[in-house]
Design a protein around this ligand. Structure first.
Ligand SMILES: [Ca+2]
Ligand SMILES: [Ca+2]
Length: 195
């Protein structure tokens, strides 16, 4: 190969690859995955336990999750087909576990009196942990974000999450963020190491 050809190829390779490498580096501390649209399920609150598919329900149908493990905090962002201020309430719940075996839960309830919602961040025994975890429900962007300072988790090497939510109206519609199944929680996410 002539030297100038080799140089040109090297330049082209570097130009093509560098944006990919940059993206990879920026995303090294995060995990992003999709959940299907149209995979909600429902139950009649008065009728008992019979859950049925509810593919037509949009409000609360999670379609994407990003867990970013930053130097100071873990950010969990969920995107929905629609997150709307209608019905009686939204309940978003999650579990977080770390490499040291520490487990924490969060439980956000938003209703007609307070669509911004209140979050209870708790230890495994259910006792509230006021370590500074916060949340934002964005009804314009159809998203929910939970920010957990790493000190709440004893500065972990990695975290995993499980996420689910329910929308209460005439019936209860639910979705989990880990697949299509009719179970409130499914498998743990990938381990997300600290960036
Ligand atoms: Ca979904
Ligand atoms: Ca799902």
């Amino acid at each position: 190969m002539r030297p100038w050809v080799r140089r040109s190829l090297a330049l082209v390779s570097a130009t093509l690859l560098s944006p990919l490498l940059a993206v990879h580096a920026a995303d090294a501390e995060s995990s992003t995955w999709a959940d299907g649209a149209g995979d909600m399920w429902k139950v009649d609150e008065d009728d008992g336990d019979e859950w049925r598919p509810a593919p037509g329900h949009r409000n609360g149908d999670v379609i994407k999750v990003k867990v970013a493990h930053r130097s100071r905090a873990v950010l969990i962002r969920q995107s929905f087909v629609e997150l709307g201020r209608s019905g009686r309430r939204h309940v978003l719940v999650g579990r977080i576990r770390t490499d040291s075996g520490l487990t924490r839960t969060f439980d956000i309830t938003a209703n007609r009196k307070d669509w911004d919602g209140e979050m209870i961040f708790a230890k495994r025994n259910g006792r509230r942990d006021r370590c500074g975890a916060t949340h934002t429900l964005d009804y314009f962007a159809d998203s929910a974000t939970i920010r957990v300072p790493r000190r709440c988790l004893n500065g972990p090497e990695w975290v995993q999450v499980k996420l689910a939510n329910a929308h209460f109206g005439r019936e209860i519609w639910a979705d989990n963020a880990q697949g299509p199944g009719q179970a409130f929680f499914r498998t743990w996410s990938d381990e997300v190491p600290r960036g």
